[in-house]
Design a binder for this molecule. Structure first.
Ligand SMILES: Cc1cc2nc3c(=O)[nH]c(=O)nc-3n(C[C@H](O)[C@H](O)[C@H](O)COP(=O)(O)OP(=O)(O)OC[C@H]3O[C@@H](n4cnc5c(N)ncnc54)[C@H](O)[C@@H]3O)c2cc1C
Length: 289
């Protein structure tokens, strides 16, 4: 298949890209890694009149550690993130999830900004950014605004970005000492989208009990889905097999999977329970270490 005709624009600056988007609105789409957009165009599921190529905007590709946060430019590719020492040491949850995203060829091109803007609920990184409590920084010709990960993902392939906005930067908090994280998923084959995946972060108090817990799931609803009740129930508790099992049961009730040709809703819930228990135990062990 070939895409429908479109006008191609290669802006030389962020300002030029934002001006083009302001001019063309819904008729225009940004091209990042192209790993979701180009197949959609080839199948004519997406038919933008104007394609605004962000690949010349090197200023949108970076990883910076600043104070208690890590800032990632939207055009930073998976491949770069996977090899970045700051991500490995300060955002271990993302480092653990990245090898599960697609295949090396796709990770060479795909970008964090494209991934989050595409907002596929089965995708790993939206769940990671939700579990980490990330903030997404949008830019438009009119200015800038910050959107929490919780508010950014609105529905299947739908975000809170307005039709003149670009996702410019992703800001992730660095968790305090005595924190541990774990990402686990089950996919039919390595590189496939997960049938179910969990991103988990645990912080302990000085006595070794959980002071903060975050759980977020991919392929568990129309957006990445958090399990705040299960996380809250663990606060003040030491994690053992029983408390992890109880939390996993609770989380199974909080997610909203809708099943697909590879996994029924019941099977997805079952996977969520098993993965939650394992991820909590692993994250707790890492926090203690
Ligand atoms: C065979 C295959 C397997 C895959 N498996 C997985 C998988 O297991 N897990 C997974 O998560 N993904 C998977 N993907 C998708 C892949 O991760 C894509 O790279 C990603 O979803 C989109 O990132 P991109 O940079 O390629 O964005 P693009 O495809 O270029 O863009 C995606 C969408 O986001 C918009 N966009 C891009 N950048 C911005 C921005 N900065 N601001 C606003 N809008 C923007 C575009 O206009 C478009 O609508 C797979 C893809 C393929 C082809």
């Amino acid at each position: 298949m070939k895409p429908a005709p479109f006008r191609y624009a290669a802006p030389a600056s962020l300002e030029e890209a934002l001006a083009l988007k302001a001019e063309h609105g819904d008729e225009a789409k940004f091209l990042a890694g192209g790993q979701s957009l180009v197949p959609a165009m080839n199948f004519r599921l997406a038919q933008p009149a104007v394609l605004i190529d962000l690949n010349g905007l090197d200023a949108l590709a970076y990883v910076k550690a600043e104070g208690g946060t890590v800032r990632i430019g939207a055009m930073t590719r998976y491949h770069t993130l996977q090899r970045d020492k700051t991500i490995g040491s300060k955002v271990a949850l993302m480092a653990e999830a990245l090898p599960e995203v697609a295949h090396p060829a796709i990770r060479n091109r795909g970008t964090l900004g494209g991934n989050l803007s595409h907002a596929d609920p089965a995708s790993e990184l939206p769940a990671v950014v939700l579990a980490l409590g990330g903030t997404l920084h949008a830019r438009s010709k009119k200015g800038a605004r910050a959107i929490t990960a919780k508010d950014f993902f609105v529905g299947v392939l739908t975000t809170a970005l307005a039709n003149d906005e670009l996702l410019a930067e992703i800001e992730l908090p660095v968790f305090p000492p005595r924190s541990g994280t774990c990402f686990l998923e089950v996919a039919r084959r390595k590189g496939d989208y997960a049938m179910m995946g969990v991103a988990c972060a645990v912080t302990l108090d000085a006595g070794g009990a959980c002071s903060d817990v975050h759980l977020a799931y991919c392929n568990a609803g129309e957006t990445p889905v958090a399990a705040p009740k299960a996380a809250q129930a663990l606060k003040g508790q030491r994690l053992d097999d029983k408390t992890a099992r109880d939390a996993a049961e609770m989380a199974k009730g909080e997610i909203r999977p809708f099943g697909n040709v590879h996994a029924s809703v019941d099977y997805q819930r079952h996977l969520a329970g098993v993965l939650t228990r394992r991820a909590l135990i692993a994250a707790y062990g890492r926090a203690r270490a």
